[in-house]
Structure formats: structure tokens, C-alpha cells
Design a binder for this molecule. Structure first.
Ligand code: ADP
Ligand code: ASP
Ligand code: MG
Length: 820
């Protein structure tokens, strides 16, 4: 004997019922003995509950809803049964619907809906669907018989969650089956008391009905037919990459379903487990898929965990008080009060100080629980032993489940690391002593992000995915970066098992966000075609609302307006990568706050390209400092433009011509004073000083001006060149003097041993590492305690879109390696 149970979606439409009939037919053709349990048509139970409530509040709208329920069932009859056979089916369905209508009329009149009446109302869902499928089977010539489970499943009178009287039920089921050979079509979900009052077994209880029959009849297998390919590693509605768990133990399935994996109703596992009857979870709509086998043992698994489930809405009740310490009686009393009131506790966590116990319950019951406990602990409260019973709402719980956790270490470490790195706060946690389950309570807003991040980390089906947002996409650096990522995409996937998903891009005109990913090949077209009018504020809030795991915000602009969002982005656990110097070269307070925010929220704020484009300058400096070295001096040529100008300034040249030539070649800003004023270099040495641990402000950097006031104040670029020409002698003299001493001119930023930062034109001799500098190269030398006599020097091209973008890319990659 095999028992099959079909869920709401399986009997939800004419097409799906035809699918069910085909599955049954295949079983019968193979000569199997089967019994079949059905749920109400999908959505009908919820509808009936709603109708009952409306009727009880004298809202006549209940009649319209009832009409839609009636229509749906009649349409199923017409769609499934030949016209010539329809009348008897219609009569049966009509009989049930009339009875339901009378019942609701009664509720409407007396304006009262008890739990008992509610159970009676919802029982029509299963009775209607099972009647229709039975008639449809008969119509196909199958000798089917309707079995109202209320005849055989006997329960107590705890309406809504009735408890089954096992022995009696088993006996009645066996007796019934002993006297019939017809294919039994059984109503799921419902039972009755000894006195014959209708009860229900809890939402999702048709699975339980299937299991009760399976156990009573010593079935070889109980098949739970639903709308997904078995029990999956996580809820597929929340985690796209969830996949079928081929085999699972009863205990694991119990934990997963207890913590929200709705695919099977937890009590259903008990009768099957007690009799060691395997359960199979199968997909009506993909019926050749193997699905999931639930049994005593499961085959060894590839992963350290089996699955992850969650309950979206829970409330935490916290009972606190000095009197709880070491007094075993308090928790015993607490749980007996809860049990006596049939309050189901989802999770319990007790601090080792025993000063407080907190437990999770359904939020609908939370305030009732508080009242019950305040009453139960009235004496302890008046004696000050228990001082507070508080409730926290808007929480969810996630359970990571698997027998494999016993044999592998580090599961909880990994779990908390993932949550930490995504800035997800853990409000409470509990680990079952069986080491089968670790549960964490988190804020509800983080649930999808948390599930996906955990799933990605433990199962790595498709590798890890970084979700990227790019501001300044169409600029030179931004577009170069996207091209580089696109070229490297395959390699990253193959070699690093890493995906970079471009989720959002914006420039000053348009913005586009697409959770599914924007094409790295056609992003320009997509932005043009599908983009909305750009608004950086709403772009940032979209990034925050999407709340995707492993999010990275890349700012490839030099815009100060974007910087104002950094703090809030970091605080929402979004990492930031940027060549934009504005944030780090403003007030120290801002720099410091951003560093702290990144640390606090477990994310990264990376800006290697703030200094020397793609050259490893900031990383090198951070490496020296964190490894305990002490910086004695930093000297650097940090402007490619100024390096170029002074490399090309030879005796006999007029300085103004060298500057003009540099401008013509595009090496300077449109106004060359932006380079020659040294402001940009000042910002860079300021950032390096801060990285070296100094609390410097912008005005602390001494700028020895290269240009005289007349040059600086000239009203136009042309007027500036005229003034520069007049100042030619000064530059010529500087150069001649240098040459006389066998030295060269270099524009150098310095952080000296007195912790003073300055920039200005200097001369250096042959022994100095900056003597031989070519073209527009940057160079930086770190003199430290460890590199005391021979400084650590980094040298290379310090400007240009290609190297800057590659520096940004390297920062993004370093975030990924920190995550894995
Ligand atoms: P039925 O009506 O067949 O009883 P349910 O809606 O009660 O079906 O349960 C099936 C649904 O459970 C799936 O459609 C899926 O959305 C949800 N679900 C939640 N967690 C899981 C999980 N871990 N594996 C499979 N399904 C899950
Ligand atoms: N129809 C019931 C419900 O929706 C029972 C079930 O589908 O398992 O809860
Ligand atoms: Mg179900």
C-alpha cells in the first residue's frame, strides 16, 4: 500500500487535477494499491477563513467572496466531468455549498465566529475538492470512493490544532480499509471529536492526514505531491539558487519544517518516523523528478549543512530578573505555563548568566503571552524576582540545519561571519544540543539578504556573487572599469568561482537598476533605453532598499555630492570603492567616521586609487602600519602632470613653453593652475598622512607655492600664461642653480619626521631615488623603522584611465577575497 497526498496547487485547477489523475492512473496501471489524500483547492482555505470573518462582522461582502468560491468549484466540475455524468457531481457539490451557505448565514445572523465554527467552515474546502476529484476519477472509469476523514480521524477538541487520538484513529482506519476495495479518496486536514464535532489538524495539515493514513495502513511509502521538486535547500521564493535535497533524515526534515519550510507540515513526520515509513516529496508538475526522500538515514552529503529555513514573522519574549539566577524553578514554571496555554515556542535562548530567558513565539500571540506570564508570575514580580517581561517585534528567525554539522567544525563561525560581513545584526541565537540546528533571530528587513548570503556561502552553487553599483558609469574611468570587468568575467567565473553582477549604473543624466543584472556588454544601450532620469539620492536609497548581500558601491566621479551618501551606504553594509578623493581629503572627522562606519558594519571602504592611480601605495602603507612598522618619512612625486613638466624642463627652455606643451598634449587640467597650484598633491599627502595615523586637517599641509600671486590671480588661462612668461627668469634660475649642483627639480610632497606635511619644488641629487624619474611617472618612498637605510619605493605610471580603472577593479576583487 502506498499513500499519496496532493496539495492545494495540485488540485487547484482543471489542468492540475488532470495531472493528478494521470499520476494516479500510472500507479493503478502498475497494479499498485493506493489511497489518496487531497487538500482544498489552492487558496480556498484562506478564502473560507476570510469569508467567515466577514460574515461574523455582518459584512455582506462575504456573499460575493462565497460566490467566487462556488464558481471555482463548479467550473472544476464542468472542466473535469463529461456533460452526461455531470448531474450527480453537481448535485453533490451543490449540496455541500448549500450547507456552507446556511452555516455562514447563521454566523452572519448571530455575529459570532467561534474556533469550532471556523473549523467547520474550513472543512468544506477539503470536502469540496475531494468530492470533485472522486467524481472526476469515476468519470474516467476508476472505481473511486469518497472518504470523509472525520469518520476515522478522531481528535481532541482543540479547534484549529486538534490532537489526534492515535490508537482509535488507527483502528478506525484499518477497519474502514478492511471492508472496501475501492480507491479511497480522502479529505485532508480534517477530523472530528468523539462526539462528531468537526476539527482541523493545523494549517498545512493535509500532509499530516497523509502520514496518519500511511502509518495506520503500514504503507511502504507516503508520497507528498506538491508544486516544487521536493524539499529544497531553502525556500525557492526567497532564494533563487535553492536546489533539491535528494535525501534527508526525518530529524533534519523536522527541523527545517519546524523553522518554516512549508513544504511539509512538521507533525506529519512523526507517524512516518515512528513506523519508519519513508516519505517522498514530489512535484505534481514535474512528476518524473526524483524529489526528496525522507527516511532514517540520508546519503552522505557534499555540504556541511543540509538546508536553511526561516520564519518571517516572530516575536521575542524576554523574561528577565535577578531572581532567575540559579533558580531552576523559574524556567520550569515558565514553560509549564506556556504548555498549559498551548503556546508553541519556536526557539529558546538563555544567557549563561541565567539572568534572562528569551523565547520566540508567533507575533499574533505575543501580547497574550505577556499577559499570561504576568499573571502566572504575579508573586515573583511583586517580590522583585522577575522584573521585566518585554516583547520585541518585527523579527525573523533563520535555522541552518544538518546532521553534518556534528562532524564538521566551524559551521557556526562561518554563519556568524557571513551575517557580520553583510551587516546583519543577530538579536538572539540558539543551538540545539543535538547540533542539528543553529538558529539566529534577525530583523525582518534583513531576511532575504541573510538567506541568500548564507545559502551562497554554504552551498556555493553558482559561486559567490558581488552586487555592483557604479556611479559615473559613462566617464572615462567608469566605462574603462566596466570593459575590464567584462573582459575578465569568464576568468573570474572559471578560476575564482566569482560572479560580478552589475545591478545599478548612473551618470549625471540617467540611472538604471536591475536586480537581475545589467549586461556588461550592452550597458550603454540599456542605460539609454531603460534608464530613468538620474537622481543620486534615489539611486542610493534603491541600493539600500534592495539590500542585496555583498553589495559594492563604486564611485568613479570626482563629485562631492556623492560623498555625502557614503556614510549611510556603509551603515547599510554596502562596501565602497572609489578613486574620488573628496571624502578622504576633507575634514578629518569625515575621514574618521567613514573608517569607523565601515568597521562597525563589517564592510570595506577602499580607495587605493586616491593616490597614484593603480600603484599599490595605500595598501603598502596600510600593510606597513598594521604589521607594526613605524613611518619616519614619506616623500613622493604624486602628480603625473608636474612630473612631466619638470622632466621636460631643460636649460634653454622657457618654463611657460613647457607648460603650454604639456597642456597641448592633454597632460594638464584645462586650467594648468589646477595642477601647478599643488592642491591635488596636497590632498594626496593629506590622505597618506592620515593613513600613517596622523590627525591632520587640510590647512595643516604647507604649500610652498610654485606660482607667484600674479599667476594665481590672473583672470583667464591666457592671462595666466602671460604672467608666467613674465616670471620666466625665476624658473630659469631655479633650474640653473640645480644643474650647477648636479641636481634636478622635482615637485615633492613630504611627510617629515616631525609629522609635518608639505609640498613644494625641491632639488634632488643623483643618489636620490627621484633623480631618475621619466615621463609622467609617480614615485613614493617610505622611510620606516624597518626600511631605515634603504627606503621602500613604489614607482610607475600614476595617472590614466586604464591604470586607475584597474586599481578600482583590484579593490573590488580584494573585497571578494575577504568575503570567501
Ligand atoms: P501544498 O499546497 O502542496 O501543500 P505548500 O504551499 O504547503 O504546498 O508547500 C509548498 C511550498 O513550500 C513551495 O511552493 C515553496 O514555495 C515552499 N517552501 C518553503 N520552503 C521550502 C523548502 N525548503 N523546500 C521546498 N519548498 C519550500
Ligand atoms: N487546506 C489546508 C490549508 O490550507 C490544509 C493543507 O493544504 O494542507 O492549510
Ligand atoms: Mg502544504
Amino acid at each position: 500500500m502506498k499513500v499519496l497526498k496532493f496539495g492545494g496547487t495540485s488540485v487547484g485547477t482543471v489542468e492540475s487535477i488532470n495531472q493528478v489523475i494521470q499520476i494516479l492512473q500510472e500507479n493503478l496501471n502498475e497494479g499498485r494499491k493506493i489511497a489518496v489524500v487531497y487538500s482544498a483547492m489552492g487558496g480556498v482555505t484562506n478564502r473560507l477563513i476570510e469569508i467567515g470573518k466577514l460574515a461574523a462582522t455582518s459584512d455582506l461582502e462575504y456573499l460575493q467572496l462565497l460566490k467566487s468560491v462556488e464558481d471555482r468549484h463548479f467550473a472544476a466540475v464542468r472542466g473535469l466531468i463529461d456533460v452526461k455524468n455531470q448531474s450527480s457531481a453537481i448535485a453533490k457539490v451543490k449540496g455541500l455549498l448549500n450547507e456552507l451557505e446556511d452555516l455562514l448565514r447563521g454566523v452572519f445572523l448571530i455575529k459570532e465566529l467561534s474556533a469550532r465554527t471556523n473549523d467547520f467552515i474550513v472543512s468544506f474546502g477539503e470536502r469540496l475538492s475531494t468530492t470533485i476529484v472522486t467524481e472526476a476519477l469515476k468519470n474516467r472509469g476508476i472505481d473511486a470512493e469518497y472518504l470523509d476523514a472525520r469518520k476515522v480521524i478522531k481528535t481532541d477538541d482543540h479547534f484549529g490544532y486538534a490532537e489526534v487520538i492515535g490508537d482509535l484513529t488507527n483502528e478506525l482506519i484499518r477497519k474502514h480499509f478492511a471492508q472496501t476495495n475501492k480507491l479511497q479518496c480522502i479529505t485532508g486536514f480534517i477530523g472530528s471529536t468523539i462526539d462528531g464535532v468537526t476539527t482541523t489538524l493545523g494549517r498545512g495539515g493535509s500532509d499530516y492526514t497523509g502520514s496518519i493514513f500511511g502509518a495506520a495502513l503500514n504503507a511502504t511509502v507516503i508520497e507528498i505531491w506538491t508544486d516544487v521538486d521536493g524539499m529544497l535547500t531553502s525556500d525557492p521564493r526567497k532564494v533563487k539558487n535553492a536546489f533539491t535535497i535528494p535525501t534527508i533524515t526525518y530529524a533534519e526534515a523536522m527541523e527545517l519544517s519546524h523553522f518554516g519550510a512549508k513544504v511539509i507540515y512538521p507533525p506529519s513526520l512523526t507517524p512516518a518516523f515512528q513506523k519508519n515509513i519513508p516519505l517522498k516529496i514530489l512535484n505534481t508538475f514535474n512528476h518524473h523528478h526524483e524529489g526528496t526522500l525522507v527516511s532514517k538515514t540520508a546519503s552522505t552529503k557534499e555540504y556541511s549543512i543540509t538546508g536553511i529555513s526561516s520564519i518571517d514573522d516572530i516575536a521575542l519574549v524576554n523574561v528577565q530578573g535577578g531572581g532567575m539566577m540559579g533558580v531552576a524553578g523559574v524556567s520550569a514554571k515558565l514553560f509549564s505555563i506556556l504548555a498549559a496555554n498551548k503556546i508553541s515556542v519556536i526557539l529558546i535562548s538563555q544567557a549563561s548568566s541565567e539572568h534572562s530567558i528569551c523565547f520566540a513565539v508567533d507575533p499574533k500571540t505575543a501580547y497574550g503571552v505577556k499577559e499570561i506570564l504576568e499573571e502566572g508570575f504575579a508573586t515573583e514580580i511583586s517580590q522583585g524576582l522577575v522584573d521585566n517581561i518585554s516583547i520585541e517585534q518585527n523579527l525573523s528567525v533563520i535555522a541552518v540545519v544538518g546532521e553534518g554539522m556534528k562532524s564538521s567544525t566551524g559551521t557556526s563561525g562561518k554563519l556568524f561571519t557571513v551575517l557580520g560581513k553583510n551587516g546583519i545584526n543577530v538579536v538572539a541565537t540558539a543551538q540545539g544540543s543535538s547540533e542539528l540546528n543553529i538558529s539566529v533571530v534577525i530583523y525582518k528587513k534583513d531576511i532575504t539578504k541573510a538567506l541568500n548570503a548564507i545559502h551562497e556561502t554554504f552551498f556555493q552553487v553558482d559561486g559567490l556573487t558581488l552586487n555592483l553599483y557604479l556611479v559615473g558609469a559613462t566617464g572615462l574611468i567608469g566605462s574603462t572599469l566596466l570593459r575590464q570587468i567584462q573582459e575578465q568575467k569568464e576568468y573570474l567565473k572559471q578560476r575564482k568561482n566569482l560572479n560580478i553582477r552589475l545591478v545599478g549604473i548612473t551618470n549625471t543624466k540617467k540611472m538604471l537598476l536591475d536586480e537581475g543584472g545589467i549586461s556588461l556588454e550592452n550597458w550603454k544601450e540599456e542605460l539609454l533605453e531603460k534608464g530613468e532620469i538620474a537622481n543620486i539620492g534615489s539611486f542610493v536609497s534603491d541600493v539600500q532598499d534592495l539590500n542585496l548581500p555583498y553589495s559594492v558601491f563604486v564611485d568613479c566621479t570626482a563629485d562631492k555630492n556623492i560623498v555625502q551618501y557614503y556614510y549611510s551606504l556603509l551603515s547599510s553594509s554596502v562596501s565602497i570603492v572609489t578613486p574620488n578623493k573628496v571624502a578622504n581629503s576633507g575634514r578629518y572627522e569625515q575621514y574618521f567616521m567613514l573608517q569607523k562606519a565601515a568597521q562597525k558594519h563589517g564592510v570595506k571602504f577602499l580607495y587605493e586609487t586616491n593616490v597614484g592611480a593603480g600603484l599599490p601605495i595605500i595598501n603598502t602603507l596600510q600593510g606597513l602600519i598594521t604589521s607594526g612598522d613605524k613611518i619616519n618619512k614619506i616623500e613622493a612625486v604624486l602628480s603625473g602632470t608636474l612630473a612631466y613638466i619638470f622632466n621636460n624642463f631643460k636649460v634653454g627652455d622657457r618654463f611657460v613653453d613647457v607648460v603650454k606643451e604639456a597642456k597641448a598634449k592633454g597632460y594638464t587640467e584645462p586650467d594648468p593652475r589646477d595642477d601647478l597650484s599643488g592642491q591635488d598633491v596636497a590632498r594626496k599627502i593629506l590622505i597618506l598622512s592620515r593613513e600613517a595615523g596622523l590627525k591632520l586637517e587640510p590647512e595643516d599641509v604647507t604649500i610652498i607655492n610654485l606660482l607667484n600671486d600674479a599667476c594665481l590671480n590672473a583672470p583667464s588661462v591666457d592671462a595666466f600664461f602671460e604672467e608666467l612668461e613674465k616670471d620666466n627668469d625665476r624658473f630659469e634660475k631655479l633650474l640653473q642653480d640645480a644643474q650647477a649642483n648636479d641636481e634636478v627639480l622635482r615637485f615633492i610632497a613630504t611627510l617629515d619626521s616631525d609629522n609635518k606635511a608639505s609640498i613644494g619644488l625641491k632639488t634632488v641629487g643623483r643618489s636620490h631615488p627621484f633623480f631618475n624619474l621619466a615621463g609622467s611617472e609617480n614615485i613614493i618612498s617610505f622611510t620606516t623603522e624597518r626600511y631605515k637605510y634603504n627606503p621602500l619605493v613604489v614607482k610607475g605610471p600614476g595617472a590614466g584611465a586604464e591604470v586607475t580603472a584597474s586599481g578600482v577593479f583590484a579593490d573590488i576583487m580584494s573585497i571578494s577575497s575577504y568575503l570567501v
